[in-house]
Design a protein around this ligand. Structure first.
Ligand SMILES: Nc1nc2c(ncn2[C@@H]2O[C@@H]3COP(=O)(O)O[C@H]4[C@@H](O)[C@H](n5cnc6c(=O)[nH]c(N)nc65)O[C@@H]4COP(=O)(O)O[C@H]3[C@H]2O)c(=O)[nH]1
Length: 947
């Protein structure tokens, strides 16, 4: 049967259960108490029975003891009775003899008197015919012997019994006693068995007149038999209780006394009916075993044929003196009637107890049922409340379950952080299925983007506030890292103990993207995707701080497209927008990655340059260069809607060196400069600072002049000698000079950087190389000079040219200069730009015999490993070490190290900037013997070198 529990059936079932249980318990209690009562009653009955039996035994014992006492008494008085009787008889005979003597003696002779006396006593018989008188004289002759008159007159003094006793002499002695009387015991033939003797007691009196003794006697056993009969008679009448009596059995088993069944008396067991025979035998057996209690079946007195037998308890003992078995007995019924009375009384009490128990049980039951109904009603109400609460809880659970499967990823962990449950959204977001996630910890999703401090802070927040929420980067199953908004809440018991942690996570990738988009919109120009004014100001601020920190100059440039309005008006806004985008792209391409290109709106762009040189004029030049580059880039034609448009612009520049400058001022100044540029004819650059502007102008002029110089051959090559340990010129370094028509001889330091910036270094370098090779070829033909080497400075830009190797080889070939006399001087910094390319090119040239000298050695960062890879032939100690050689021990140490290094690498070493003899000696002591410097000669025309 299927029982369904609901709010209706539950209380009902509860009631049925309670009442049923009550019934069962009540019944069990009733049964238990009844059983216990019964057991107690049985115990009580057993005890009563035991007591009664004990009483019965005591009674039988008492009666037995009195019967035995009586028999003993009876047996003991046998002789007394007998003595009294024979004394009486002898006294009577004496009276007769005395009377006869007294009456006849005076008249008759003694013989006649004697005859009268003897004859008078002769017939006398007593004691049932056994008794008679005898007379003997004191000399031992029979005077009267009625039983054997033939012996009268004869002497019997020597007569003896079967034990040897002298009979006559005993009698005479008894009569002689002072009193003249006495008893004498002897043995004499029994009348019933004449051959056997039995104990006899005689009493004699002295009859003085004739010196006779007169006496009589009797057998003792006869008197004992009399006592027995008397005793039996007495016991027969003895009764105790209702059925108690005393029975006797003789030694042969004959029933002597059977008060309840006198018919048995005198019968031997074999003559008795079977039942009695069995009972008697049992009694005899017990007697033979020493006596004791015994039970046996016995007909009830006066019972008719077929009536049930009674059960008797008897105490059996043996009375040894007479050889009798004494039996005191009672019917058990007699005692058991008391037991029955007790039982009846008990039962009456028992019934009452049962009734009381039943009433109590019923009362308890009624109370229990009533209570159950009451309790049921109460519990029904309680259950209804519970049920509605349960429904509410289920509803909450259902809502929770729906909530659990919400859009947010949810996972639940235990206190150790082991994931117990995840929802569908969790799987959708992270890619981990429930099976994969459960049993793992959230470390499964760790992105590695947060350090231990982040997680420690998270744990700290959960411990102190019970929750943490924030952005966190996690890793999906696919390995992709994504941002999520994570909320961790500790679930606590009412006691405040944490049992679980519920974590909700939202994938905020899109939100982040949107935020980024918003941020972008806030900081970037939507059209060109370039930073807007706000971000520009921010970057400018940063640039100011950076320049301050780095001790560098920076530049702010305002760029305005000269013909934008025209394009916009003529080709439309869309084309205008395209032009702006293109201009933006070109501006970005014109600057370094770290620089900022922003659009303020319309056709206004702003560029912030950072990390310019510390010297203002140099920084201005650099800014100018960039500005020129921009002008150039923007000036390139753009095709818009089929029309080719050239986007010239005007650029205003303002330099800044530290954060003292205010951004607004800088913006204003750059704007101003830009307007000046516009006014000065467009497609031009203007500096806000006039000095700067002048420097820039000068630089532009210099550049122009240098171009002219190159074209018009104003450059000249000077030679500075390089000498060996003996002071012999072994070669020279070629150093360029500019013979300016107005400024005179211009130092290479003034125009080489400009030439490098502008790219003029390439034609310049080419010219130097060509000129040097020409000179080298010439020396090769001049006697005494054919061994001279010539060192030529090579700039980075030159080396980076893809056809550099070809240019050098071509110069050698064209001039016919010996390659192994040519030494190209390179600086460490230029080698570091692209070492592999440098090594490749150097190796290619070295293969033709061209040597390489590492210039300014010691100022860079060359490592031994790096030096090994370079196909060098010489290290050139920088002149800064040479200058300090005498004064600074560290300089000496460096020089020594360089010499050792060169030795170990198999390279030559040369010191430059040697000005004094002291320096030279110092160098020589430290192993450097080849020198170059003013001590040997300043750079000058080739003619000077030879002098
Ligand atoms: N104080 C002092 N100075 C001495 C002494 N001996 C030589 N000098 C100077 O030290 C410079 C050595 O040349 P550098 O280190 O290659 O340094 C050169 C080199 O880097 C560069 N340079 C010169 N000519 C050329 C060239 O043809 N091509 C390239 N790319 N650079 C060149 O210009 C730099 C300067 O050249 P210069 O003005 O000629 O300056 C030369 C030279 O006049 C001395 O005893 N004391």
């Amino acid at each position: 049967m299927h029982l369904s529990a609901n709010e209706t059936t539950m209380p009902r079932l509860h009631l049925i259960g309670t009442v049923g249980l009550l019934l069962v318990v009540t019944l069990a209690m009733a049964v238990f108490y009844s059983w216990r009562n019964e057991r107690e009653q049985r115990t009580a009955f057993a005890r009563i029975e035991q007591v009664i039996t004990q009483q019965q035994h005591e009674r039988l014992t008492t009666e037995m003891q009195s019967a035995v006492s009586y028999l003993e008494f009876q047996r003991r008085r046998t002789e007394d009775v007998m003595r009294r009787s024979i004394v009486e008889q002898v006294d009577a005979a004496m009276q007769i003899a005395q009377a006869i003597y007294d009456r006849e003696a005076p008249h008759r002779p003694p013989a006649q008197v004697q005859k009268l006396i003897t004859e008078a006593l002769r017939p006398a018989r007593f004691f049932e015919g056994r008794g008679y008188f005898f007379i003997d004289d004191m000399q031992g002759r029979f005077v009267l012997l009625p039983t054997a008159p033939q012996y009268e007159g004869r002497a019997g003094i020597d007569n003896r019994d079967d034990t040897g006793n002298y009979i006559m002499r005993g009698l005479i002695n008894a009569a002689y006693l002072p009193q003249g009387t006495g008893f004498f015991r002897y043995r004499w033939y029994r009348p019933d068995t004449p051959k056997l003797m039995a104990d006899k007691l005689a009493y004699v009196r002295h009859f003085a007149p004739y010196d006779w003794l007169i006496g009589t006697g009797d057998y003792l056993y006869e008197w004992e038999a009399l006592q027995k009969r008397e005793a039996m008679q007495r016991l027969r009448g003895l009764r105790f209780g209702a059925s108690g009596s005393v029975g006797l059995i003789d030694a042969e088993g004959r029933s002597l006394l059977s008060p309840n069944n006198p018919a048995l008396e005198g019968l031997l067991p074999a003559q008795m009916p079977e039942l009695e025979q069995r009972a008697l035998q049992k009694l005899r057996d017990v007697a033979q075993a020493g006596g004791g209690f015994v039970e046996y079946e016995w007909p009830r007195p006066g019972a008719r044929e077929g009536e049930p037998l009674g059960r008797k308890t008897a105490l059996v003992t043996t009375y040894a003196p007479w050889g009798w078995v004494l039996v005191t007995s009672m019917f058990n019924d007699e005692l058991h009637s008391r037991l029955r009375a007790e039982t009846r009384a008990h039962e009456a009490g028992n019934i009452q107890q049962r009734v009381e128990l039943a009433l109590m049980v019923l009362g308890a039951l009624a109370l229990g049922v009533a209570g159950s109904f009451g309790f049921s009603r109460w519990s029904r109400r309680l259950f209804a409340n519970y049920h509605s609460e349960l429904q509410q809880a289920q509803e909450n659970l259902r809502i929770a379950a729906i909530a659990f499967e919400s859009q947010e990823g949810i996972f639940v962990t235990d206190t150790r952080g082991v994931i117990l449950r995840v929802n569908r959204s969790f799987t959708e977001i992270t890619g981990y299925s429930a099976e994969e996630a459960i049993g793992q910890t959230p470390a499964l999703m760790k992105s590695g983007r947060h350090g231990p401090d982040f997680y420690a802070a998270m744990q700290e927040a959960i411990t102190t506030t019970g929750a943490w929420s924030g952005e966190i980067w996690n890793r999906r199953k696919s390995g992709a890292i994504f941002p999520e908004w994570l909320t961790i809440t500790a679930v606590k018991t009412e006691a405040g103990e944490v049992t679980h942690y519920v974590s909700t996570l939202t994938d905020i990738t899109q939100r982040k993207a949107a935020e980024e988009e918003i941020r972008h919109l806030a900081y970037y120009d939507p059209l060109t995707r370039l930073p807007n004014r706000r971000l520009l100001l921010d970057r400018l601020q940063q640039a100011l701080r950076s320049c301050q920190r780095m001790q560098r100059q920076g530049a702010l440039m305002f760029i305005d497209l000269d013909n934008f309005k025209l394009v916009n008006d003529s080709l439309g806004h869309e084309q205008g927008d395209l032009l702006l985008q293109e201009m933006g792209r070109r501006l970005v391409a014109s600057v370094r990655e770290d620089d900022t290109v922003a659009r303020l709106g319309g056709d206004e762009f702003v560029v912030v340059l950072e990390g310019l040189s510390a010297q203002p004029w140099r920084a201005a030049q650099e800014a100018e260069t960039v500005a020129e580059k921009m002008l150039c880039a923007l000036a390139a034609p753009v095709t818009l809607d089929g029309h080719e448009v050239r986007g010239t612009c005007s650029i205003g520049v303002v330099l800044f060196a530290n954060d003292q400058a205010r951004t607004e001022d800088l913006m204003k100044h750059a704007d101003l400069a830009m307007y000046q540029a516009k006014e000065s004819g467009r497609n031009t650059v203007r500096f806000f600072d006039p000095e700067m502007h002048a420097a820039v102008v000068q630089r532009v002029a210099l550049e122009q002049d240098l171009r002219t110089a190159l074209q018009e051959g104003q450059l000249r090559l000077f030679y500075q000698p390089q000498v060996d340990a003996q002071g012999r010129i072994v070669g020279a370094e070629a150093l360029v000079r500019w013979s300016h028509p107005r400024r005179g001889l211009v130092s290479p330091s003034a125009f080489i950087p400009l030439a490098e910036d502008t790219g003029l270094i390439l034609p310049l370098g080419q010219w130097v190389l060509q000129t040097a090779c020409t000179q080298l070829a010439r020396w090769a033909t001049e006697p005494g000079r054919e061994q001279l080497t010539l060192a030529v400075n090579i700039s980075g830009r030159q080396l980076r040219q893809t056809d550099f190797v070809a240019q050098v080889l071509q110069a050698l070939q064209q001039t016919g200069a010996p390659a192994h006399r040519l030494k190209l001087e390179l600086t460490e910094s230029l080698l570091l730009d692209d070492p592999e390319d440098a090594i490749t090119k150097m190796s290619a040239l070295k293969a033709h015999g061209v040597g390489f000298s590492l210039d300014d050695f010691g100022t860079g960062y060359s490592s031994l490993a790096y030096l090994r890879q370079l196909p060098l032939s010489q290290l050139k100690i920088d002149q800064s070490f040479v200058h300090n050689l005498v004064t600074d021990p560290r300089a000496t140490a460096i020089v020594r190290t360089i010499v050792t290094l060169a030795d170990s690498l198999g390279l030559n070493v040369i010191a430059e900037g040697v000005e004094t003899q002291e320096q030279r000696e110092h160098l020589a002591r430290n192993g450097c013997h080849t020198c170059q410097g003013y001590l040997y000669g300043r750079p000058g025309p080739v003619e000077e070198l030879m002098r």
